[in-house]
Design a protein around this ligand. Structure first.
Ligand SMILES: CC(C)(COP(=O)(O)OP(=O)(O)OC[C@H]1O[C@@H](n2cnc3c(N)ncnc32)[C@H](O)[C@@H]1OP(=O)(O)O)[C@@H](O)C(=O)NCCC(=O)NCCS
Length: 400
């Protein structure tokens, strides 16, 4: 299926600096070939057919549809499409992003502005085994990193400029850093699934399940808060640092959930209805977590099946501490129970901020703090001046 000629076209593999190499988009046949090759690495929980089906389906979901997803290949530009070898491949996903920057004038006090733009999330970097170790992925990444600064941007529209690109390295911190993506904090708090962990209804206020239909309002409220938060991060530094974030938009969250739906439908024969939990009802005073389930192990082994807290939000940081702790405990209890029902090995909450860390400690819920050194290392290439100092809301929702 989707097989292409490979090394037989050359007596010896060309050097990665070859001037005939280009990065471009694959044809349909080449795309199928790439997916077929990546199935053993990323599709172990699905049959090949179901994996190919998922990859095709994932081109049609929010964020990816209508050209949001781009596939990239490194190949030989002197050869014909469908007859050229695919030396390395990856994909990029266009996302909404914001950055808080201080005016570059030397006048005091500096003005801090929040600008809208694009972030590209890069994923599925892959070189077929027979092409590895020749520098092909490095060449592709350097070219794709440069190309993404202009890709899908509209020069006449300031909010369509590319602010940065991100990726999540599963091969440690040095390979992508060498090619221009700096590693950012990569810790998570791990909780264990526990069936029946959801608190019984004792008359006490409890977190309520979040369904699809509630996400839009929560995402809008979150986005407004995040704009304030990144501005604050720069103001507090006296305008000395820059801060940026990927927007936790409805599209961004639906991308995770529709992927999750495909996986759960094929693994369990059904899809989940509980997408998170919210504590409190009054707008401006709520706390919530939105989650999704990821499967690499399927049902045979739960190893690699992870229940991810995509995003954790506290609307009112100044609420009573005991109320915040009760809310957090109730949310995490529901998450633990859902995670057990959906055969997850682990619950992960990525890079919780100081407030969330305080709640985790105070809640008394058993947990482990894990500093990842190899897997899912958030890494960022900044397209603005200088470098990015702070990636705000560096949580799982931004992953792809
Ligand atoms: C990672 C991968 C894309 C590299 O492709 P490649 O064309 O061989 O890459 P290059 O020849 O440009 O560079 C190879 C470098 O990657 C490093 N590398 C490859 N696999 C690695 C791993 N698992 N852990 C750490 N480093 C790794 C090599 O050590 C080498 O480092 P060096 O430049 O310091 O010598 C390829 O090995 C692959 O497809 N692996 C399976 C899929 C995968 O893990 N993708 C990465 C997802 S983040």
């Amino acid at each position: 299926m989707g097989s292409l000629p490979d090394t037989t076209v050359w007596d010896a593999l060309p050097d990665a600096s070859s001037s005939s190499f280009i990065v471009t988009q694959p044809t349909n046949k080449e795309r199928l070939h790439v997916w077929t090759m990546t199935h053993p690495k990323w599709g172990a929980a699905l049959t090949l057919d179901n994996y190919l089906g998922r990859e095709a389906y994932l081109q049609t979901v929010p964020l990816a549809k209508e050209g949001g997803l781009t596939q990239w290949i490194l190949t030989d530009g002197s050869m014909r499409p469908d007859e050229r070898p695919i030396l390395s491949s990856c994909e990029s996903l266009k996302k909404g992003a914001i950055a808080a920057l201080s005016s570059s004038s030397s006048s005091e006090p500096k003005e801090v502005v929040v600008v809208d733009g694009i972030a590209h999330g890069i994923a599925s970097v892959f070189t077929e085994p027979q092409f590895r170790g020749k520098g092909y992925a490095s060449r592709m990444m350097r070219e794709v990193g440069k190309a993404l600064e202009r890709w899908q941007t509209v020069t006449s529209l300031p909010d369509q400029r590319a602010l940065f690109s991100v990726l999540y390295s599963d091969i440690g911190k040095s390979f992508y850093a060498k090619n221009g993506w700096a590693p950012f904090p990569s810790a998570h708090v791990s909780f264990s699934p526990a069936s029946g962990a959801a608190a019984a209804d004792t008359g006490k206020k409890l977190a309520k399940p979040i369904g699809y239909h509630e996400l839009a309002e929560l995402c809008n409220a979150d986005e407004a808060r995040l704009r304030e938060e990144i501005k604050e991060a720069v103001v507090i530094s006296g305008g000395k640092k820059s801060a940026a974030a990927i927007l936790p938009s409805l599209e961004q969250l639906l991308w995770h959930m529709m992927r999750e739906d495909y996986m759960t439908k094929h693994i369990f024969g059904r899809t989940p209805s509980v997408r998170g939990a919210v504590y409190g009802e009054e707008k401006g005073k709520r706390m919530w977590a939105i989650w999704s389930r990821g499967y690499y192990g399927g049902l045979e082994t739960i190893k690699g099946n992870t229940f991810h807290i995509l995003r954790f939000v506290v609307e009112d940081n100044h609420a009573e501490q005991s109320e915040l702790v009760d809310g957090f405990r109730s949310i995490i209890q529901l998450a633990r129970s859902e995670a057990a029902e959906w055969r997850s090995e682990d619950i992960q909450m990525w890079n919780p901020g100081p407030l969330a860390r305080g709640l985790i400690e105070a809640s008394g819920v058993q947990h482990r703090i894990v500093e990842r050194e190899e897997d899912s290392i958030p890494s960022l290439m900044w397209y603005g001046e200088g470098q990015l100092d702070e990636w705000v809301a560096n949580e799982k929702y931004a992953w792809c």
